[in-house]
Design a protein around this ligand. Structure first.
Ligand code: MG
Length: 244
């Protein structure tokens, strides 16, 4: 059994700056400013980190920022629900075919590991016609400032799901006593931060250059596998599952 943890932006979908717009609208509504959002490099960071950085620059005290993060996520979700359906949010090349192929496998649990806050993550996938519910577990950017703690959260949730599941197919496909650790987890992402995050979780790193980083940049971080895109389903399955 493998746990596959997908990043969202630049990996499953291209959001055409929709996420940035939703965050900007929420921060401007709540604080009258989005701080230096226009020049801020968001790639690979969690929403908690991004919002904290932006509000720190405009002088909001750390304790107040931390206390108000849930309010910001709620406001972002409201803005996202308005903005996302009107933006072109598209799947990256090969993603629908890959997810369809993975859907047929009994030996795979799909999950998300994303910098997006939980509510906006599902809205973004829905806007790209990706079924959010196929991802059985997730670790989200609203749960940590540091992306590198998210793999352990996702693995722990996957283990709880298996141990409490009434789903016979799922229970049968996990060998007795088998647990999700870095050894049977793969993290798929489009930024150096995704590769470093996989390393932090002792998981395999599969990098894809469909986001903002060229393949030669990603190669410098030595992912286990590197693809220009996910269009070659057979090769990607082989990299993810190691047995095709
Ligand atoms: Mg990404």
């Amino acid at each position: 059994m493998k746990l596959l943890l997908f990043d969202i932006d630049g990996t499953l979908i291209r959001s055409n700056r929709a996420g940035r717009l939703a965050m900007q609208a929420a921060l401007e509504e709540l604080y009258g400013t989005a701080g230096p959002l226009d020049t801020y490099s968001m790639g690979g960071k969690t929403d908690a980190r991004i919002i904290t950085d932006l509000l720190t620059v405009v002088g909001i005290p750390p304790a107040k920022i931390e206390a108000q993060l849930p309010l910001v996520y709620d406001c972002m979700a409201g803005k996202a629900a308005e903005i996302y359906p009107n933006k072109e949010i598209m799947t990256c090349a090969g993603v629908p075919e890959l997810l369809a192929a993975l859907h047929l496998r009994q030996d795979v649990m799909l999950g998300l590991l994303t910098g997006n806050a939980r509510p906006t993550a599902s809205l973004k996938l829905m806007a790209a016609d990706i079924n959010f519910k196929q991802f059985r577990v997730g670790a989200y950017g609203s749960e940590a400032l540091d992306r590198n703690v998210l793999p352990a959260i996702a693995m722990q949730r996957a283990n709880v799901l298996v141990s409490t599941s009434s789903n016979r197919a799922l229970a049968n496909s996990v060998l007795a006593g088998e647990r999700f650790t870095g050894d049977n987890t793969v993290i798929i992402g489009d930024t150096p931060a995704d590769i470093l995050c996989a390393r932090a979780g002792k998981a395999a790193a599969v990098a894809v250059a469909t986001g903002w980083h060229a393949a030669q940049t990603l190669a410098k971080y030595s992912p286990d596998f590197l693809f220009e895109n996910l269009a070659d389903t057979k090769s990607v399955l082989s990299a993810l599952l190691g047995d095709v």
